[in-house]
Design a protein around this ligand. Structure first.
Ligand code: XUL
Ligand code: CO
Length: 435
């Protein structure tokens, strides 16, 4: 049933770079072939249900600013109205995928059994709509950070009853994701961390988190879920210290608990910035280990230092991210999820549409620029030249040698390396020719 919220907004179409008006795609052309594959199949866009439909416009200093026909979000009737509006927006945008937390889609009825009932009911409803419309679930996840029960963590909570509640919650969300044909399942541990070491046994908490994730993987195999299990790094916020700090920390954690072949990473641009990294750094670290799973394409404000979850709007940043993704073979079962929200002053339905349209266009431009750099091969040729010294048999033999032998060779040859330019400015100029 239409809520009327998006009435008057026509489906967004590709109209080329000279299109009139702001509600048209200038670059995102789903059927355009890029490096032998449809643009839509490279990018695999997803809408984040929480920001677009559940978030009411609050910030740390003020409550709701938005008005929506499905507020207050406390009944099954309005949860269904919210789903109706969500699917209307997916259709207007031509979005192939969406993502949810349990708490975004169902009303909160208090205890576990009641929430399980509403989760099952609403996911049946979403399933029928998805089937009709052809919209797919990129991933499902459990919100184990908003309710006060999670304030000291979920799987890392000192209270075993909260661990049990978390296990049951994740099982219910994995079941729902599986039922809807979800292509991934995500765990982001916003409260899996600590506020102060004065009350925290860090080593026990990490062991519990490792065991919990193993249970998730065991359950995935038990139910025959074919999607990918993903963890999403973030250094802090809401916890002061979050255990899944960044890609490198997560990879170390996954190896320690024997999960490196089972779990990949969902990397978010804004989280990379909070960790003091660039997005392409995080992507390159994951790719180097074969652990890139999916991306959340939303930036932070560079001055405020918060997780502001804004739609992407910087082509060079996005182009470098997709460059590393394309180089490592693409997103696989993952996609480009806009874990992004409009600003709290952006009240209108058109603002929500425009945020996504701009983001989709920016990603299309970034993808095309990345593909052009790959086809041109300039960066790859530079890398090959820079490391070409390692192609000789002597250099390769050194890697299985030892310090004594190498030192003797240095003395015998009178080795005295001549530094060569890293050519950074020339490479930056090269990239700027494509973006
Ligand atoms: C929070 C965040 C989450 C995850 C899913 O910063 O990014 O929305 O993407 O729980
Ligand atoms: Co995210």
């Amino acid at each position: 049933m239409s809520t009327g919220f998006f009435d008057g907004i026509a489906p967004i179409r590709y109209a080329g770079p000279d299109a009139d008006g702001d509600l048209a795609f200038r670059h995102y052309n789903p059927d355009e072939i890029v490096l032998g594959k449809r643009m839509e199949d490279h990018l695999r866009f997803a809408v984040a249900y929480w920001h677009s439909f559940a978030w009411e416009g609050g910030d740390p200093f003020g409550g709701s600013t938005l008005e929506r026909p499905w507020y207050p979000q406390d009944s099954m009737e309005r949860a269904k109205a919210k789903a109706d509006a969500a699917f209307e927006m997916f259709a207007i945008l031509g979005q192939p995928y969406y993502c949810w937390h349990d708490a975004d889609i169902r009303p909160d009825q208090g205890d576990f059994a009641a929430n399980l009932k509403t989760l099952n009911e609403i996911t049946d409803y979403l399933g029928e709509k998805a089937e009709k419309q052809g919209t797919k679930l990129l991933w499902g996840t459990a919100n184990m950070f908003s309710h006060r029960r999670w304030m000291s963590g979920a799987s890392t909570n000192p209270d075993p009853e909260v661990f049990a509640f978390a296990a049951a919650t994740v099982k219910s969300c994995m079941d729902a994701t599986h039922k809807l044909g979800g292509e991934n399942y995500v765990l982001w541990g916003g409260r899996e961390g600590y506020e102060t070491l004065l009350n925290t046994d860090l080593s026990q908490e990490l062991d519990h988190m490792g065991r919990f994730l193993n249970m998730v993987v065991e359950y995935k195999h038990k139910i025959g879920f074919k999607g990918t299990i993903l963890v999403e790094p973030k250094p802090q916020e809401p916890s002061k210290h979050q255990y899944d700090f960044d890609a490198a920390t997560c990879i170390g954690f996954l190896r320690k608990y024997g999960l490196e072949g089972e779990v990949k990473l969902n990397l978010e641009q804004g989280h990379a910035i909070l960790a003091g990294h660039s997005f392409e750094h995080e992507i390159a670290v994951a790719c180097a280990e074969g652990m890139l799973g999916s991306i959340d394409m939303n930036r932070n404000d560079y001055q405020s230092g918060w997780d502001t979850d804004q739609f992407p709007n910087n082509v060079p940043e996005v182009a470098l991210a997709y460059y590393h993704i394309l180089k490592s073979g693409g997103l696989g079962t993952g996609g480009t999820n806009f874990d992004a929200k409009i600003r709290r002053q952006s009240l209108d339905a058109e603002d929500l549409i425009a945020g996504h349209v701009g983001a989709m266009d920016i990603c299309a431009r970034g993808l095309k620029a990345a593909a052009a750099m790959i086809e041109d091969g300039g960066l790859e040729a530079n890398l090959k030249a820079r490391y070409s010294g390692w192609e000789t048999p002597e250099a390769q033999a050194m890697l299985s040698s030892d310090l004594d032998t190498i030192t003797a060779q240095v003395l015998a040859k009178g080795t005295n390396p001549r530094p060569v330019s890293g050519r950074q400015e020339r490479l930056e100029n090269y990239v700027n020719r494509f973006v």
